[in-house]
Ligand binder design. Sequence first.
Ligand code: ADP
Ligand code: MG
Ligand code: MG
Length: 888
Amino acid sequence: MGHYVYAFTEGSKEQKELLGGKGANLAEMTRLGLPVPPGFTISTEACRAYLATGELPDGLEQEIEVHLVALEKTMGRSLGDADDPLLVSVRSGAKFSMPGMMETVLDLGLNDESVLGLARASGSERFAFDSYRRLLQMFGATVLGIDSEAFAVELDKLKADRGVYADVDLGVADLRGLVATYQAVIRQRTGHDFPQNPREQVRAAVLAVFSSWRTERAVLYRRQEQIPDDLGTAVNVQAMVFGNRGSGSGSGVCFTRDPASGFKGVYGDYLADAQGEDVVAGIRNTVPLAELEALDRPSFDALIDVMSLLEHHYRDLCDIEFTIENGRLWILQTRVGKRTPEAAFRIAHAMAQEGMIDADEVLRRVTGSQLAQLLFPRFDPTAPRERLTTGVGASPGATSGRIALTSANAVAWGALGDDVVLVRRETNPDDLPGMIAARGVLTARGGKTSHAAVVARGMGRTCVCGAEQLDIDSERGQVRVSGHTLAEGEMVSIDGTTGEVFLGAVPVTDSEVLRHLEGTASDETAGDLVAAVRFVMDHADGVRRMEVRANADTVDDAARARRFGASGIGLCRTEHMFLGPRRELVERLILATDDAEKEAALAELLPLQRQDFTDLLAEMDGLPVTIRLIDPPLHEFLPDHTQLAVQVALEDDHGDRDARHHRLLDAVARLHEQNPMLGLRGVRLGIVVPGLVTMQARAVLEATADRLAAGGDPRPEIMIPLVATAPELVLVRAEIDAVAEAIRIERGLELPVRIGTMIEVPRAALTAHRIAGSADFFSFGTNDLTQMTWGFSRDDVESAFFSTYFDHGILPVSPFESIDEDGVGSLVTTAVRLGRETRPDLHLGVCGEHGGDPQSIHFFERAGLDYVSCSPFRVPVARLEAARARLV
Ligand code: ADP
Ligand code: MG
Ligand code: MG
């Protein structure tokens, strides 16, 4: 018989799935002998059962009761006791941390009677009533669903009446009065009294935590972070300890290393005379943890020991919540902490050097998307700027945007494509949509552990918090700071590393890491972050099996790709070679009425193309260059139909009829297609327009011969797009082979060329064994393959209806962004298998957008491809992820 409830003494950190992250780590710390208030965890299994049926599973209530009784026994106090009551918290905690997204209720067990017992036992009536009003407020808002404003308004009113600023300045009588007021609010809003029975309170809180899995903000957060929707949350029931027992008590949050920079040191925030939720909410300003040393040396020392123990135990940055009750330290939570990209690289590298982890583990600890963020620009240090104020740099980046004072405005302006900085006194979970829409977040209150900081770091948004000089006046739609009055909508710039806030938009410059990866900065200037990135990239290159190529059409792009460590070009599109001044030649080709005219146009294109390829092969000397023959529909090279029709009509009206324009208009009309993406393009074009393939092949192969003659090492690969059936490839390949043979005879040179095809039509994947008979290589064109497998027009669907599909959970993420493994992926693996059956040495790669996407790269590793190809800037990311794909 399985069970649903586990005491903290039973579990371990490996059981996140069952106990949630918080529960698993509370159990782990209990096992390590750390001072954790006793308690138990109700498993995620119970939550899933409840969410599925709307009822608690059989036996759960009895199990909870057994554990409550055991807890009462351990603590020597019982819930609701009139003399010395036990109080508990009921805390959510899912497998993946979702900071602030779900509910927690503190101080359960108080009622009109036990509050007096707590007052007597603690010797502080003030503390007892402060705890009671907290319970009423939290229970009212989270369990009973009353708008938390209803309570906040009463508290503000009371503070105003008494002329005090902070809640700690309220007296006993005030708090007693507040308890009565809150009880009245509850009665009035729900029609019922606050439940006096502690066991009923606990039961209701547990159900509320289960249900909080489904709140709108939790659903939104999970979608944003790609956390599965069906995991459910565990619930932890834990004996309360009290940070709100006067100035010798307090609560705090700390990190074993700086989660923003990754540097070692003492990082955290502490708030005296407060319960834990006050720290995160930014209700009063916290002090830096280092100040605790002066306030309470023994607790500080004990905390430093715990930090060191936990970091060595988890071998990673730990994030810790603690409470001090009358000089006694309690640990309430730990987890491997979220961190910024730069901290991730610094910490992993430092821990490897300290011998805590090995180099493979370093690769597991950093991701391609973190690396990508390090390549983002920074504010240009030489640009003029006016600093308005400095807050806490909580999540790095250099961001400019229009000031939005509400989440709703951030969302509205973001949707218009504007860059937005969300400016708030402090943020709370309801600001999540605005934080997602904004490029940066700026708050007046709170430290590195505030809601704004934690959430922004998790999402990779730039964040400056605790900029106390900001006077945010939402009513007037203004922010006043340092003698300036900024209206909502004006531009500000924030630096999430230094915490600086600047007036207007400050220009940005390349990142240091980017310059070093690209090899354009000298070694002497390399800082420790660059050293960490180097360490990671060197090891990644040793670990990965797949090669990384780049998609590059020009010599400049090719050079950049090479500097970023690409080992070839996986896709050179030739269509841009037909644009600009050469467009007219293409028009002549299309308009040609006889072979002579056509040949003449092709003959003029040939030397231009040849020069392009000669330059590219020279730039990529010694490395493969995959050149795709012309792909898009022909009409893309012609003028717009409507415009041309108007022009021709006007010319005719004015009596200067232009015969060439008329022919062009006819051609445009003739070539018009209802579905150009499914029309005359790719290999079809090469077959329908004679001479085109021969010209392109000649340009590539003559360039190859020229490079060979010049002593170079050219390695061209000619790639034929949009093949659906083997005979297409047989036909075109024969044409290319004939050109190669002719040049071999003309020049007396063996040409080192491979000829292959793209696999981007589903039929090609399904008949890959036939197609492989004429191909030296396959390159998966996963953009078209996705488009044709799903029947989605890529240019339309994303804006048309994908968001609706996301809302319904039909799609977790766009299949154009991350490969759809079940569908498109299975076509890939089928083609790999069939192709290699025919040709075991078939070379395999991917050149679609997915070649630079981490999740997709992991799939291509499993599928056994030889390389991925992506845009030059993604090359370092792909190198890292190709290595990680072998490890994780
Ligand atoms: P979250 O997941 O949002 O951080 P928690 O469950 O950690 O929510 O609780 C919120 C705050 O309440 C934390 O700061 C925590 O330290 C405090 N807290 C929770 N349980 C207890 C307890 N038993 N005694 C004292 N403080 C507690
Ligand atoms: Mg917590
Ligand atoms: Mg294509």
